[in-house]
Every structure is written in structure tokens, then in C-alpha cells.
Design a protein around this ligand. Sequence first.
Ligand SMILES: [Zn+2]
Length: 130
Amino acid sequence: MPVKNSTGFLIAFLLMIALIMFSIFFFFLAVNAYSQGFKGTALYYSMAGLMGLILSTYTLARMILRKPSISTVLDYEVRTFLQCLKCGFSNTRSFINGDYVLSFSDKCPHCSSLMVILAIYKTTSKKKER
Ligand SMILES: [Zn+2]
């Protein structure tokens, strides 16, 4: 779901921007306090601002620099091998999320009892041989 992901990204981005704004505001308060002679308060404000700035820039940098690690082009196909334990009918189909070995999945077309997944494997049929 790319729409949901981009919305989440936008919210996180705006939060980070808000945090940067707060940090700058804290720095402003620190300068203000320092100019009025409250050196302890100025130190406290600048520390808070620095912490916020480091945190936000670090998170922002990680968000922006993060590259999509999963390639969108799949050059292989995952297949699921199923067998009916009652009549012995076996079938292979494309892998569906939630498939795992020794789990009951599809119904047998012959006796309509549940078939067991015996193997999940990757085929290189779509990949070009080199
Ligand atoms: Zn069967």
C-alpha cells in the first residue's frame, strides 16, 4: 500500500520538522535567557534544543537516506506444493502469504478435505540463464 506508507512518511516528516522548530525555539529561549543573565537556564535550554536537533536530524537523515532494499522486480517465483493426505492428490500453486510447511490450506478438488502444504520452494523459471 504505497498511499498509506507515504502518508505515514509525511506525518513522521512533519513531526520531525516540528521537533526542529521546537529546538530552534529552545535555542532562541537560551539566547534570550543568556542575554538576561540567567546562564544556568540558558545552558538548560540550549541542551534541550541540541538534543531535539540531534534527534530530529538523525531521524530525518535515516528516513531520507533509507533506500528501498527490496527490489520491485522479482526474477523468481515462489511455489507451494500441496498434497491431500486422504486420496494422495497433489498440486502446486503460487505462494500466498501465510503459507507454511505442514499447514492445512486449500481444499482437495477430489474429496474436498483440506490439503497439507509439504513444500515451499523458489523457482528460477522467470530468470534468464547465464
Ligand atoms: Zn483428496
